[in-house]
Design a protein around this ligand. Structure first.
Ligand code: PBG
Length: 324
């Protein structure tokens, strides 16, 4: 034999062949579109570290839901910035809180076509910026659970489709599930932030949401970047507590965790392509150092290939331009 019988290049010869054999095609239905909505503003406010992104006033939020649908997305992810923050996070579960109002506005206009996901956390509502109740400089676990349950129920009352507990308190999925069921919302699924790492990639989000911790950091509730086994335990616990989907966050530096989750669990896996990952691409693209469209496609395909079923991404805003 003059050459090995197998020539891998045979199947790469034409675009049609390559398309036909493509294992991971990007589909905008699998992308979740984040939205920041702020109380008490009437004009959009730009976010300097998140280029192309704004905090929206309530009056503009329904149009943004439409914009997500126009991009081919099926869902939006809501984050709220309240007019007032305090030590107890009371505006997080207010009937007419900013996220609750935004849910109603979007539902009114987009109806069942659009899946509205509400982030269930406290850092945006607390004056100290931590994801739970703080006493003597400590973030308390169990008292925080009750608040997370209240937030989830208030979102459900406003018409949310999915809730996403993200505080990284132990038992938060069970607490949210129980609160929802007791209030008669046993059909509302939970997308659990299960493997959420203490990461420097959240910087731009914290500017967007005004949610940086005022003292210390989040390392005693968010995960240690060096660990894999811990992620599997977190996911296992969340599934046992009733999670319907689990999330790995951030995504780019944690593709191994996504792959591990895929190999170990039969449940939809969500990757969160976080703010810092987005902003790095935007900054390089603005300098013409990389080609934005093809780099974004490559990053998102990589997350799919690792095992993500869904991807939360700020690039969802531009998908029309990079899909073609
Ligand atoms: C709330 C929350 C954060 C993000 C999503 N939900 C910030 C944090 O944990 O500090 C970050 C998302 C992003 O960076 O895009 N706890």
């Amino acid at each position: 034999m003059s050459f090995p019988a197998v020539r891998m290049r045979r199947l790469r010869r034409t675009q049609a062949l390559r398309d036909m054999l493509d294992q991971n095609t990007l589909n905008p239905s699998h992308l979740i579109y984040p939205i920041f909505v702020e109380e008490n503003i009437s004009q959009s406010v730009s976010i300097s570290s998140l280029p192309g992104y704004v905090r929206l006033p309530l009056a503009k939020v329904a149009a943004e839901g439409k914009a997500a649908l126009a991009q081919g997305c099926k869902s939006v992810f809501l984050f709220g910035i309240p007019a007032k923050k305090d030590e107890e996070g009371v505006s997080s579960y207010a009937k007419d809180g900013i996220v609750q109002n935004a849910i109603r506005e979007i539902k009114n206009v987009c109806g069942a076509e659009l899946v509205i996901i509400g982030d269930v956390c406290l850092c945006e509502y607390m004056s100290h910026g931590h994801c739970g109740i703080v006493r003597d400089n400590e973030v308390l676990n169990d008292p925080t659970l009750e608040l997370l349950g209240k937030i989830a129920v208030s979102y459900a009352e406003a018409g949310v489709d999915v809730v996403a507990p993200s505080a990284m308190m132990d038992g938060q999925v069970a607490a949210v599930r129980e609160a929802l069921d007791e209030a008669g919302y046993d059909q509302i699924p939970i997308m659990a932030y299960s493997a959420k790492y203490a990461s420097s990639f959240y910087g731009p989000f914290r500017e967007a949401a005004g949610s940086s911790p005022k003292f210390g950091d989040r390392k005693n509730y968010q995960m240690n970047q060096g660990n894999q086994r811990e992620a599997l335990r977190e996911i296992e616990l969340d599934i046992a507590e009733g999670a319907d989907m689990i999330m790995v966050k951030p995504a780019l530096a944690y593709l191994d965790i996504i792959a591990l989750a895929k190999a170990n669990f039969n449940i939809p896996i969500v990757a969160y392509n976080v703010s810092g990952e987005y902003s790095m691409v935007k900054a390089a693209a603005e300098n013409a150092w990389i080609d934005e469209k093809s780099v974004v496609r490559e990053i998102l395909v990589g997350m799919k290939r690792a095992g993500a079923d869904l991807i939360v991404t700020y690039h969802a805003k531009d998908i029309k331009s990079w899909l073609n």
